[in-house]
Design a protein around this ligand. Structure first.
Ligand SMILES: Nc1ncnc2c1ncn2[C@@H]1O[C@H](COP(=O)(O)OP(=O)(O)OP(=O)(O)O)[C@@H](O)[C@H]1O
Ligand SMILES: O=P(O)(O)OC[C@H]1O[C@H](OP(=O)(O)OP(=O)(O)O)[C@H](O)[C@@H]1O
Ligand SMILES: O=C(O)c1cccnc1
Ligand SMILES: [Mg+2]
Length: 562
């Protein structure tokens, strides 16, 4: 814990117990709603602040019209918890924000607060999760846990939403495609951009264009070039340094520009390609040659600035064939407008014709990247039409979660002083599930998860090969006996507080990503499909069912009719 002076820490770095503070330094104990402080004061004034409370953090509906969600953001929550301490300047600010009638003793209390008496159980980050099942269970002094509500919900909401969005894009694109996250410029501010890169990688993307995210999280960086680079060139005459050393270094081509021009002529007059193009745009050719001279081993060209088939692709091929003469292999092209299915197929044919005509091995397999306002629907449409794209660069729709802007994570009190609590609502889907609970995933004989089951904390756990009744929490008629092949307890202890339990270690991002991919793979396909997916079953034990309904009747006033 950061060393506290007589008056609490001042400008001390937040870093405790070997756990760094949150990635975003804006995540402090002040990153909460005012009402958490007013409630904390009122708890304190009533002498209730130390009462032991249990809150569940969960969401009510899967996003994007789907039937699954990827749980993400836990590491940042634990980093917040581990370093949760008020600085003097923060306390001073809270003092100015609360009514002057608030007693000084409250600020002394805030000064002493940390999360050493808070216990957190959570599902592992990267797991596939479902509505109503607690993703996190936060237990501790009610005033402290109340202060945590807003930042924890904030840290989970977008992280899980965008990780799910990434997983859904991966599902449509297929496993063999390279998925690049290109969203930084369109993300909701810097935190949205950094978060998007981290959680899209977790959800199954392969790389990002976001350099800061590459440094912070070790995510592979990838990129091409933009239209500005292409249109900044006027003519090949601009290129003064024309020499290029061969790949293995033994010879030097003194005039790479001429070599490219020679290839362009050969392409123009070749039997197989004859008539596809005439004069190509020479300023575009200059841009491509310059890029190849800068990156002979990583040559990739954006081909849609002027005309894809009449200029961009032939120009690219001329440069790629010249590079090939010097032992280099061009990476490929990027298409950023037009009919991506049609243009990718035409480009592939062009590459294959070159392979055939000039005997350049594997030229037909040269990479094709596509971008431009892609989303799940356009990827799906491209698949249906047939395309030849190897890699997709996706920005706006992915990182802004254009199809659904929030997940609707909630944080509900389920027990205080060992007394279960319930929140009722006219809308049954909003009634909270009381009690400190345990959650299990029951797997069927085919290896798929069948149902998630919530039980009371002290109920005997379900066992493999033993029949157990699983009930819909609110619909009396929906119930099923399940004989699980395997039972997995979902929540583990990520912050033991004073419980003496073992703390689950935080895992590196690539381990969480692998886990996420495995989790998505093991789901029954009908839960995953885009159109009318089958809902995954979320249930409670018979005992918990009875208790929910007992408490419901106890708390709901009986109406009177006149
Ligand atoms: N074959 C296809 N099927 C379905 N959608 C496609 C296909 N090809 C491209 N798209 C999508 O169609 C949209 C085309 O965008 P838009 O109307 O802005 O035209 P554009 O090709 O970008 O032209 P411009 O260069 O003038 O912006 C993009 O969202 C793109 O992802
Ligand atoms: O999924 P997206 O949001 O399209 O993200 C990627 C896009 O971002 C870049 O261009 P930008 O959109 O800045 O400019 P342009 O499309 O107008 O050329 C890039 O060329 C892609 O088109
Ligand atoms: O590298 C790219 O091609 C790229 C990066 C960000 C946005 N659009 C494209
Ligand atoms: Mg665009």
């Amino acid at each position: 814990m950061a060393a506290a002076g007589a008056n609490g820490p001042n400008k001390v770095e937040r870093r405790a117990g070997g756990i760094d503070g949150p990635t975003n330094p804006m995540v402090t104990p002040l990153l909460t709603d005012l009402y958490q402080f007013t409630m904390a004061y009122a708890y304190w004034k009533a002498g209730k602040h130390k009462e032991r409370a249990v809150f569940d953090l969960y969401f009510r509906r899967n996003p994007f019209g789907g039937e699954y969600t990827v749980f993400a953001g836990l590491e940042e929550c634990i980093k917040l918890i581990a370093n949760f301490r008020f600085m003097e300047d923060e306390i001073a600010f809270i003092k100015t924000s609360l009514p002057s009638s608030c007693e000084a003793g409250f600020y002394d209390y805030l000064r002493g607060i940390d999360c050493s008496d808070v216990e957190i159980h959570a599902i592992s980050e990267g797991y596939v999760v479902f509505p109503k099942i607690p993703l996190m269970r936060i237990e501790g002094p009610v005033a402290v846990v109340q202060l945590l509500e807003t930042p924890l919900v904030n840290l989970i909401n977008y992280a899980s939403l965008v990780a799910t969005n990434a997983a859904r894009h991966r599902f449509v694109a297929g496993k063999s495609k390279l998925l690049l996250e290109f969203g930084l410029r369109r993300a909701q501010g810097p935190d949205g951009g950094i978060g998007a890169s981290k959680y899209c990688y977790m959800g199954g993307f392969d790389a990002t264009s976001n350099v800061a995210a590459g440094k912070l999280f070790g995510i592979p960086l990838r990129g091409t070039h933009s239209h500005a680079f292409v249109s900044s060139f006027m003519s090949p005459d601009e290129i003064t340094e024309k020499s290029l050393r061969s790949c293995e270094g033994s010879k030097v081509c003194e005039d790479f520009v001429s070599l490219v021009q020679t290839w362009l002529n050969k392409l123009k007059w070749s039997q197989l390609l004859g008539g596809i193009f005439g004069e190509t745009n020479q300023s575009e050719l200059a841009a491509f040659v310059s890029y190849a001279l800068a990156f002979p081993k990583n040559f990739l060209a954006l081909v849609d600035t002027y005309d894809v088939m009449r200029s961009g692709v032939p120009n690219f091929c001329a440069v790629a064939l010249a590079l090939n003469d010097l032992g280099y292999k061009a990476v490929g092209i990027r298409l950023d407008s037009g009919d991506l299915a049609y243009l990718s197929c035409e480009t592939r044919k062009f590459f294959q014709a070159i392979e055939k005509e000039f005997g350049v091995r594997d030229f037909g397999k040269t990479g094709i990247t596509a971008s431009n306002d892609l989303n799940e629907e356009t990827l799906d449409a491209l698949n249906k039409q047939g395309h030849e794209v190897d890699a997709f660069g996706i920005g706006t729709h992915l990182v802004t979660c254009y199809a659904q802007p929030a997940l609707g994570v909630v944080f509900k009190l389920v027990e205080i002083n060992n007394q279960p609590r319930i929140k009722l609502s006219e809308d049954v889907s909003k009634v909270s599930i009381p009690c400190k609970k345990r959650c299990y995933r029951l797997y069927g004989k085919e290896g798929y998860p069948l149902v998630d089951l919530m039980t009371g904390e002290n109920e005997p756990p379900p066992k493999a090969a033993e029949r157990i009744l699983c009930r819909h929490p609110f619909n009396e008629s929906k119930r099923a006996y399940v004989v699980p092949q395997r039972v997995e307890e979902l929540m583990k202890c990520f912050w033991p507080g004073r419980s003496g339990k073992k703390r689950e270690e935080l895992q590196p991002l690539n381990v969480i990503r692998e886990r996420c991919i495995k989790q998505l793979d093991q789901m029954r396909p009908d839960h995953m499909r885009r159109l009318n997916p089958t809902p995954y079953k979320v249930s409670v034990s018979a005992k918990l069912y009875d208790f929910i309904h007992f408490l419901w009747l106890n708390e709901a006033p009986v109406g009177e009719l006149q």
